[in-house]
Write a protein that binds this ligand. Structure first.
Ligand code: MLT
Length: 218
């Protein structure tokens, strides 16, 4: 008898993750995305500042830069490999969709919380999948792609929180300002803060984003 060989198309790469379900099945999911050299454990204590009542999904980036995990490749400091960023964003979204079936969470209720490199893949998700996230917290983001189509549309006024540091040498403030403008023009509900600090997260970032989260999602 001929043996049937089953094949299936895998259009995502497995990612290492932490999953902590909330008691309530309808809860939002906080999607934690670490910075360069971090991992899935890094932002768990920060998530606790937002209270409870949400699922936590924390991912580890699949790219290694000299052993440091990242979510996509870069060509130099602040210079993104945009092709890789695009395909890693596709992979991450596919992975999350398949995980939503496995872990049984509502894929329409995901709020990304990313720092630095994690904020940049979250920003890329807003551009490439403008209706996928139901909210996003971006600490120290940059504009993820140099060219972004004028057709970008977000009719749902998805809330986006951003905070950057005035003394952050890694970020071009003019480019960040144009990214904010672009998201607003597309229909996102953006709240953006400039703090007198550097690239490191400060208590002020945490406080402002927790206040924002309570206003938008509680
Ligand atoms: C990036 O590569 O995403 C940014 O330069 C931020 C960083 O990871 O340092």
């Amino acid at each position: 008898m001929m043996e049937t060989i089953k094949s299936f198309k895998m259009d995502y790469t497995q990612m290492i993750y932490i999953w902590r379900p909330a008691a309530n099945k309808n809860a939002h999911t906080l999607l934690l995305l670490h910075g360069t050299g971090g991992d899935e454990n890094d932002l768990i204590p920060l998530a606790a500042e937002f209270g409870s009542g949400f699922n936590i999904l924390s991912l580890r980036g699949n790219v290694s830069e000299h052993g440091m995990p990242r979510f996509f490749k870069r060509l130099g400091m602040g210079i993104f490999d945009e092709k890789d960023l695009h395909s890693r964003t596709d992979e991450m979204v596919s992975f999350i969709k398949s995980l939503a079936d496995k872990e049984d969470f509502d894929v329409t209720k995901i709020i990304a919380l990313g720092y630095s490199n994690g904020a940049n893949i979250a920003g890329s998700t807003l551009i490439l999948y403008p209706t996928f996230l139901s909210g996003a917290i971006l600490y120290r983001p940059m504009q993820p792609f140099k060219e972004i189509s004028n057709d970008l549309k977000n009719d749902g006024q998805t809330p986006v929180f951003m905070s950057n540091g005035t003394d952050d040498p890694t970020i071009d403030r003019a480019a960040t300002a144009s990214f904010v403008k672009l998201l607003k023009n597309a229909g996102f509900d953006v709240e953006s803060h400039e703090l007198q600090t550097g690239h490191q997260l400060s208590q002020k970032d945490v406080q402002l984003s927790v206040d924002w989260y309570k206003r938008k999602f509680k």
